[in-house]
Unconditional design. Structure first.
Length: 350
């Protein structure tokens, strides 16, 4: 664990810094420059920014609670501490390995399986169920916010078309995930294709039928887990509520950041920018944390939706938001990885 963590940092941090440098160039040439940015920063209210930091922590807490309750529904016995800790570990892996959150979900699955000794397929079902809830919450929030923004502010037709495209694309991706989760034959075909590919790539490593039988067993456990979740809609109300609460705290981060800059921004605009930035982070750009890309997209969207605002205001707001959702998350999750690494070396449970 220590070696893997060191390798992640050595390979990921330079790209994070490079992405930050690209965004700073964008600020210099297209967002008012550093002098106006610095003058705006001086006016920032630390009280509201501290509230943004608290909501950032609360968001991760409720995000972890969502996963914990899904594990509980699937009869995976664990204390809240483990899902909470492994959520931070997954965040660290996601930030440094640009695999669009898949890498973080794999690490969460591995660590939970290691400590609980429960079926891997059942834990995968909890992670996939968590992804479905999170995506559905984000999509629902974006659709409602977009409708309100269009009705209240009458943006240009190009903006409306852009919002419809993003909402449509997210709906398609969620539908595909739901289809693969519910249709065993479709998932089996995908898994069989992956098994054949792995056998071709690693002929000496995967001998005989071991890989096929293991994949089939995990797939059976996964679909049994998904079926269990589907058969208990009332119990799903609790993790669904936690998911919406985590989403709301995520939105409040930006609300408090703008409040610290003494500007009032339409709530619907904040939701739209947040939702689209989450979609951007799933684009396979190969950039750790999508640094630079997400910042440029956020700043451009705020300027597009809020044409009367100073470029320095929206650029600084983006920097302050990402200081929490990226850099603070990187530091805190790095501490979590260190803690898990120590526990693994000692052979003790986390």
């Amino acid at each position: 664990m220590e070696i893997e963590k060191g390798s992640l940092i050595k390979k990921g941090i330079p790209f994070l810094l490079l992405g930050l440098f690209v965004f700073l160039l964008y600020v210099h040439f297209f967002a008012g420059g550093f002098e106006e940015l610095a003058a705006t920063f001086v006016l920032a209210d630390p009280f509201y920014y501290s509230l943004a930091f608290i909501t950032f922590l609360l968001s991760t807490t409720f995000y972890s609670l969502t996963w914990w309750r899904l594990l509980h529904i699937l009869s995976v016995k664990t204390t809240f501490r483990r899902p909470f800790l492994y959520t931070w570990v997954g965040a660290f892996v996601d930030l440094l390995i640009p695999a669009e959150s898949v890498s973080g979900e794999v690490s969460r699955t591995y660590l939970m399986h290691r400590d609980s000794n429960e079926d891997t397929g059942k834990i995968v079902a909890s992670v996939v169920g968590h992804r479905i809830l999170t995506t559905a919450t984000n999509l629902g929030g974006m659709i409602i916010a977009s409708a309100l923004f269009i009705l209240l502010y009458h943006p240009a037709p190009l903006v409306v078309a852009f919002l419809l495209i993003i909402a449509g694309g997210t709906t398609v991706s969620l539908s595909v995930l739901l289809y693969l989760s519910l249709k065993k034959k479709a998932t089996t075909r995908v898994v069989d294709w992956l098994v054949r590919l792995l056998k071709r790539l690693f002929k000496t490593r995967f001998a005989g039928t071991w890989l096929s039988s293991t994949a089939r067993r995990m797939l059976k456990e996964f679909h049994e887990g998904i079926s269990t979740l589907g058969e208990r809609p009332r119990e799903l109300m609790v993790p669904a509520t936690f998911s919406v609460t985590a989403w709301l705290f995520d939105i409040l981060i930006a609300v408090f950041v703008f409040a610290s800059l003494r500007v009032s921004v339409p709530f619907s605009a904040i939701v739209i920018v947040y939702s689209i930035s989450m979609v951007v982070q799933t684009i396979p750009a190969g950039i750790p944390g999508e640094v630079g890309l997400v910042e440029i997209v956020m700043t451009s969207l705020y300027r597009l939706l809020l044409p009367g605002f100073s470029p320095a205001i929206v650029a600084l707001a983006t920097i302050l938001i990402r200081a929490l959702t990226l850099w603070a998350k990187l530091v805190i999750s790095g501490v979590a990885v260190q803690w898990v690494g120590i526990k693994l070396l000692r052979g003790s449970p986390t």
